[in-house]
Design a binder for this molecule. Structure first.
Ligand SMILES: [Zn+2]
Length: 457
């Protein structure tokens, strides 16, 4: 169990009479995450993540990692510095490079602080002896920092100069198997986004600077979103306006002809691309076919902006004053608030709290419990803060009793109740079970994998 008094948690104190300005480029998530001590702006467009935010980010990365492994992804780490010559070979250095961070080492060798790693991973495969067709499909991913020199960084972690991405690169023998890979990965993405329980839209997308032939984007819908989308309310059709063929004035769904077409704004949190041989051909990354002859690898790439997703989820779910989290990403599941120091209930409340914490064993993971032990603060003040933080369950132990049994106050997102200790434990246990179920959702195509894993306990 974590105690707040021991936590490094730099909450910003906003003076009561402060004039709240509506600053352009500041979003709801940014405001709340900064004021509530999750992130600290470091420079224009870069952020320091405090322990509270790191917990959330780690949970998100963990979910993504499990999901990628469930479809055969193997995690690797590549250097953030990529030699520019690789980008010269792929042709991207001759394109628009205004958003790249370019730098030189002491030998005047030029590098890029990588915004993405197609060149690096393809160059790595080209540098080894060609792999056998038997090793395909190959799926490699990493989770780490990426860089983009944004002209106008804004909305905190939603558009920053440095961010955390999951990027997966796939290698197949031909277009047909690359398409199979694509389908498996999009099923995995769908399952992951369902697990996060934030409404999302999957749209047909332009392939843009990545090249290739097939692409989808995953968006969270928010007014501050920078992408314009067209969404059909009759069928599943949705597209990014940027995409060739879709225009701002589309009024009829091109898929089902329904006139129920809506314009919405989205924050892109994931994307998928079939790249074909756009990188493997110029960088000479091949595999050996059955006949012993080399052939270019057929590639795909699949990204999820981990730090952006966390902020975008908050942007969508929260209110102006309170953070709300996806169940699987809340920084802590349960916050316990005890009696105020010096109050006449303090001693009895302390004993109940001790007993309650012992009974949590097996009901709620120790790691998910936060004790607000700042007993010099009133219960009211700590409760208000805990609600702002969005902990899904808050238990107040004030030492109250109905004469026979102690009563606890249990605050859930949409309900408050006064309950006995056993009742509180039963609600917490229900929550834990639901969360565990949600955590282990595996997409249909991987159902058998899931069952076999479960049998090992
Ligand atoms: Zn339609």
């Amino acid at each position: 169990m974590e105690r707040i008094s021991r936590l490094f948690w730099p909450v910003v104190v906003v003076p009561k009479n402060a004039v709240v300005k509506n600053v352009e480029g500041v979003s709801r998530s940014q405001k709340l995450l900064t004021e509530l001590g999750f992130v600290k702006p470091a420079h224009n467009g870069t952020y320091q993540l405090m322990p509270m935010a790191q917990r959330v980010l780690d949970k998100c990365a963990d979910l993504v990692r499990r999901r990628m492994r469930s479809v055969g992804g193997q995690q690797i780490s590549m250097p953030v510095l990529t030699p520019s010559e690789l980008w010269k070979k792929s042709g991207r250095l001759d394109g628009d490079i205004t958003e790249f961070f370019l730098l030189e080492d002491r030998h005047k060798k030029q590098f890029i602080l990588s915004p993405t790693h197609e060149e690096a991973v393809t160059g790595m495969l080209a540098s080894i002896a060609p792999i056998s067709h038997k090793q395909l499909p190959l799926r490699l991913f990493q989770i780490g920092p990426k860089f983009r020199d944004e002209l106008k960084p804004r909305f905190g972690l939603i558009r920053s100069k440095e961010f955390i991405m999951k990027d997966l690169y796939t290698f197949d023998r031909n277009a047909a198997t690359a398409l199979e890979t694509y389908n498996q990965l999009t099923v995995a993405y769908d399952a992951l986004f369902q697990q996060l329980e934030v409404p999302f839209v999957k749209v047909k997308a332009a392939t843009g600077m990545m090249g290739g032939s097939l692409s989808h984007e995953y968006h969270y819908l928010a007014n501050s979103g920078e992408d314009q989308l067209i969404k059909c309310n009759t069928c599943d059709y949705a597209a990014n306006v940027e995409t060739t063929g879709e225009t701002n004035d589309s009024k009829i769904c091109p898929f089902c002809n329904s006139p129920e077409v809506q314009r919405v704004r989205g924050i892109e949190v994931g994307h998928t691309f079939v790249l074909n041989d756009k990188y493997s051909r110029p960088l000479k990354a091949t595999f050996l076919q059955e006949n012993g002859k080399p052939e270019y690898l057929v590639m795909g790439c699949y990204g999820i902006g981990i730090s952006r997703l966390v902020a975008a989820a908050v942007e969508v779910l929260s209110t102006e004053r309170e953070l709300h989290w996806p169940t699987l990403l809340a920084p802590f599941d349960l916050c316990i608030i005890g009696a105020k120091q010096g109050s006449k209930e303090e001693k009895v409340a302390h004993e109940i709290e001790h007993q309650f914490c012992l009974s949590l064993n097996g009901v709620c993971s120790d790691e998910e419990v936060l004790i607000d032990d700042r007993n010099y603060l009133t219960i009211g003040k700590r409760l208000m803060e805990a609600k702002k933080m969005g902990y899904p369950m808050i238990v107040v132990i004030s030492g109250k009793s109905d004469g026979t049994a102690p009563k606890l106050e249990l605050h859930l997102k949409h309900a408050t109740m006064e309950v006995e200790l056993s009742e509180a434990l039963s609600v917490i246990s229900q929550y834990t079970r639901r969360k565990q179920k949600l955590y282990s959702i595996i997409s249909e195509s991987n159902q058998s994998l899931n069952i076999s894993k479960a049998s090992f306990g």
